[in-house]
Design a binder for this molecule. Structure first.
Ligand code: PLP
Length: 381
């Protein structure tokens, strides 16, 4: 048996998404910038996709810029804030995705832009009092970039509260919503935010496509220069079939959202309860309460073994695909910056299980069975 429990890394393509993309991989191939029939046809398809995406998150089509994924959208948000909005300071946290941390560090190393890291609470939430302190202490024009759902520990940020704080202190607000787009509803008429980011492959869409939402109030110039695609905001021939797939994946994700949320949360709760009954010493990183945590992610801290580095490898051999969260489990020299950021005990094996609406209870049970076997037979001793 093979089970895929690494959906925070990427998700399988939904069959309906594949079907929606096929015509654009076959017959409808025109360059959307061409003025002839072939081009007009694909241009119209892209604009229909943009309208669909905008409608689903209650924004305007002109606020959606299609990109090559989450990383490009994150880069675009920070770089545009610096080059177009007069931002002189970035506030972020040490547990953001590298698409934000490395971008912020790069910007701040090559210019006089200040970088401030907000403190985290013991269970990995952003300390909102410290955020307010940081926002109060400087007159510099600031962008706050804080992710909505953490891809390793699953903690959720209260977007409304952070948005209000940012507005109170006249700061711009970007949230990396890569792990929550397609998994939670967004109402951008009600939520006052400047930028959010999306990657289609996190909700059963294709890889290599995403978007940046840019609030219409902002005046931005392109991040990628070239042709006049995306209303001049992002040069380069559009990823036509990717954009079609993204819109279809979003439509599917939102059409059954409540059921998906319930179903996936029940898998996570089952895993938590079963692990607690099998392992006395088990612990979980981050906040695992359903209201404060991604229902798709569970980061488990398992009992110590002398060969923790073998755990992921052994799970993989037994057909369980999941991911590690620290040096000792990932097999790399570098540990997880997220676990380090929350001062987690990385001497114990940490494993991230992540679920999707296609995950079956039997698959979770199989993973639990394998984990129990691994410990019972001391396969990692
Ligand atoms: C929170 C978060 N931000 C950004 C990204 C990067 O997205 P992409 O792989 O589409 O560039 C990821 C992907 O793992 C992510 O989990």
């Amino acid at each position: 048996m093979k089970v895929y429990l690494d959906n925070a890394a990427t998700t399988p393509l939904a069959p309906e998404v594949f079907d929606a993309m096929v015509p654009y991989l076959k017959n409808e191939f025109g360059n959307p910038s061409s003025t002839h029939f072939y081009g007009r046809q694909t241009k119209a398809a892209i604009e229909t996709a943009r309208r669909k995406v905008a409608e689903l998150i209650h924004s305007k089509p002109s606020e959606i810029i299609f990109t090559s994924g989450g990383t490009e959208a994150d880069n675009m948000a920070l770089n545009c804030a610096i080059s177009d909005l007069g931002v002189q300071r970035i506030i972020t946290s040490s547990i953001e995705h590298h698409a934000i941390i490395h971008t912020a560090e790069h910007i701040c190393n090559k210019s006089k832009i200040e970088l401030d890291l907000v403190k985290l609470t013991e269970n990995g939430h952003v300390d909102l009092n410290h955020l307010e302190e940081l926002l109060t202490k400087s007159e510099k024009k600031t962008i706050v970039s804080l992710m909505h759902g953490n891809n390793e520990i699953g903690n959720l940020l209260p977007l409304n509260k952070v948005s209000k704080l940012c507005r109170k202190h006249n700061a711009y607000f970007h949230s990396d919503t890569v792990q929550t787009m397609g998994h939670y509803t967004f109402d951008l008429e009600a939520l006052d935010i400047d930028f959010i980011t999306c990657a289609a492959h996190k909700f059963h869409g294709p890889k290599g496509v995403g978007f940046l939402y840019v609030n219409n109030k902002l005046k931005n110039t392109p991040f990628i220069h070239g042709g006049s695609q995306e209303r001049g905001m992002r040069g380069g021939t559009e990823n036509l079939y990717g954009i079609i797939g993204l819109a279809k994946a979003m439509e599917l994700a939102y059409s059954g959202l409540k059921d998906h949320q319930k179903q996936v949360q029940s898998l996570k709760t089952h895993m938590i309860n079963s692990l607690r009954s099998s392992f006395k010493e088990v612990d979980f990183h981050g906040d695992i309460t359903p209201e404060n945590s991604l229902y798709t992610v569970l980061n488990v801290c398992l009992p110590k073994t002398s060969k923790a580095s073998m755990l992921l490898f052994t799970l993989d051999l037994k057909g369980v695909a999941c991911s590690g969260g620290s040096a000792c489990t990932s097999g790399s020299n570098k540990g997880s910056h997220v676990l380090e950021g929350i001062a987690a005990d990385v001497s114990k094996p940490n494993v991230r299980f992540s679920f999707s609406r296609y995950t079956k209870m039997e698959e979770v049970d199989y993973a639990l069975e394998v984990l129990n076997e691994v410990y019972r037979k001391n396969l990692v001793e």
